[in-house]
Each structure stands twice: as structure tokens, then as C-alpha cells.
Ligand binder design. Sequence first.
Ligand code: P1T
Length: 393
Amino acid sequence: MKIDRKLSLNTLAIHAGQQPDPATGAIMTPIYQTSTYVQPALGKPLLPGYEYARTKNPTRTAFEQCVAALECEGDNIGYGAAFASGCGAETTVMHLLEPGDHVVVSDDVYGGTFRMFDKVFFAGGKGIQFTYVDMTNLAAYEAAFKPNTKLVWIETPTNPMLKVIDLEQTIAIAHKKKALALVDNTFMSPMLQKPFRFGADIVLHSATKYLNGHSDVVSGVTVVKDKALADKIYFLQKSLGAVAGPMDSWLAMRGLKTLPLRMERHDFNGRAIAQKLAEHSEIAKVIYPGLKTHAQHALSSKQMSGFGGMITFVMKGGLEKARKVVAGTKIFALAESLGGVESLIEHPGIMTHASVPPENRKALGIDDGLIRISVGVESVDDLWEDLKIALAL
Ligand code: P1T
């Protein structure tokens, strides 16, 4: 799209990276379901880069540019790269590092991210060191740096305890220490949190979640603003090969078109359900950045433009009660994942964070009675009725 004016994210979500197909005028970017491109002459592809579809695919490029435009708040500013999954994006970023490098990681990251760092890049003999730290404690965070720290991995709000990390402060400290700052923005999406405003170097998403939003694609994305860093990521993207396929890219790009609408409703429903849960007698604690009781509520209100649809709560009756609740809902489906239009419920200790050792889970507060919900975009009254019935079982 070639418009010089600054466009709002609502418009960019629908148009960025996309133009009518020059061959037919089709308004939707075609699914270029091809593995290769015919070259008119030896060593002269029709378009630069379009030699083999692991390196470049026009559907993937359109999706990458659309996400980049949303994170960078403008068309043609940043550089997106799409991968076969969020973990594929993470694997690729980790290859920016060398054996002997050190990473400072927020202590409460997605269980699969922890597993990758701990079992593959550390214990797996790749020689990368990690320090997991509660980044809401800035003194502890700063003390975690070593002379060989090259990367800071910030997930905020954290998964599943929804701790909110101060992006401005943590990124400034990372830069003072000459480390790159990566923000996993999966839980908020670019609609509710803009890590580049705080100086992030890399923004990463599991596009499986809010970006795609319809629970029918597994995908991941990185966005950077710096051309030299983008070139390194594109080199790793094609060399490691964990690329997003054209069909998945197309579906995720279609999902992106309604991201602004969906996030508004996730946020609206999330606030309402969190408030109701906080008033419920069977619940010991509700964690939601939008509640005044949240430890970083003031920071959340400043740093995010909404609180989203992720809520964590602890049942007074522990595991036994939690089992009944997660099995008892009818609209909230018992499943891993989040960020789709449909509401999901899960037990992090047994499901998404089972790969986190029990002692770490205990230290983080991932209690046996802890339940995580991803509030979808259904009617909030129907959602609350569903939870209310299950909470009474
Ligand atoms: O599942 P995948 O697309 O590979 O994304 C990994 C990932 C990365 N970052 C965050 C913050 C995530 O939450 C995830 C995946 N999370 C779940 C599947 C989950 O249920 O929490």
C-alpha cells in the first residue's frame, strides 16, 4: 500500500503489506502455494530473492510486512520474519548467539520457552548460559547481568503469573549493559502494548495466539527495526528453515485484519470476568493487570493501552477443586493455547507449564489450584454464566 500519510493500526491491520494482485486485480493476496520460481535466464530470477520458496514467498512476505507495520506503527518501517511456530521464531533468534554467551530471562516464561532454553540451548550442549530472574525486581535484574550477557528475554505480562515488567527500565538497563532486548509480545499483541516505543530491539510473537486469533494456525513472527539485525534474522530464517508456509501465512494475515476489533472485545470481556472472579467466594486470588489488586496495576495502566483477555486465578480448594472447574465449563474449552476468539481454560501446573520443574513452579506461585483462562470474544454474560456454574461444582 502506498500512502504517505501516517495510518492508524486499524487501517494497517487490513492493508499493510498487501496490494491487489497485479495479474487479476484480486483484492486478496493469493496463496502462492509454490516451492520454487521459474527463472527467465540462468541466475536471473524474475524478482530478486524469489529463487526458492524457503528464502522468500510473496504470501509470507505480505504477512511479515503487515505484522511489522503494526509493531512499528507505520508501513515500510520495520522488518518482519514469519516462522513455523512461536518456538521456531525463538529457535531462530537464539542462533544470533554464540556458545559462551549469556541470556537474562524473565523467570516466568511460557513452559515451552523454558524447556527450549534449559534442555536444548543449555543442557543440550549448545553452551549458552541463562539466568532466570524476577524482572519486577529491578535490582535483582541488574545483578543478573554478566560481562558475556548478549540478550535479555522479556515476556510481559508473564505466562502464567501475569507479572508486568517495566519495559522502559529493563530495556534501558539492557542497553546500558550492551545487550539486545527482546520482548515477547504474544499476550498483549501490538494493539495493547508497543515494545518499540520503549526501545526494544526484537519483538517476538507466537502468532498462533492473538495475531491469527482463530486457533487454526501454528505460527511465529519476529519484528526488528534495525536493517543489519533484520539481515541477520533473514539469513538465519532461510538457513535454519523454520519458515511459515504460504497457507498459514495467508490465514494469519486474514486473522490480522480483525485484530483491532478482537482485542477490544478480549479486553472488555477480560475486565468484566476478572472483576466477577475477584468477587467470588471460592477463589483465593485473581491475577489480572486490570485489577487494582494487581502488584503492577499502576505500571500496567501506563505501559499498556488495555489489559487483554488473560486471567489467572487460584481456587481455595486446591487441585481437587481446580480439576472440577476446568472439567466443568462448557463454553470455556479445556485446552492449551490462548488468544483465539473462543474461550479456553487450562491448568498450567499439569498442562502448559508441566516442563517447568515442580520446585520452580512452587517458587513462581504456580499453585496446584491455579487456573489460567483465555477469555474469548463470546457474550460476556454467557461466559460468566459458564464459569459460575463450574465454580459451584
Ligand atoms: O506455540 P508456539 O506458537 O510455538 O509459541 C510458543 C509461545 C511463545 N511465547 C509465548 C508467550 C507463548 O505463550 C507461547 C505458546 N504458549 C502456549 C501454547 C500456551 O498455552 O501458553
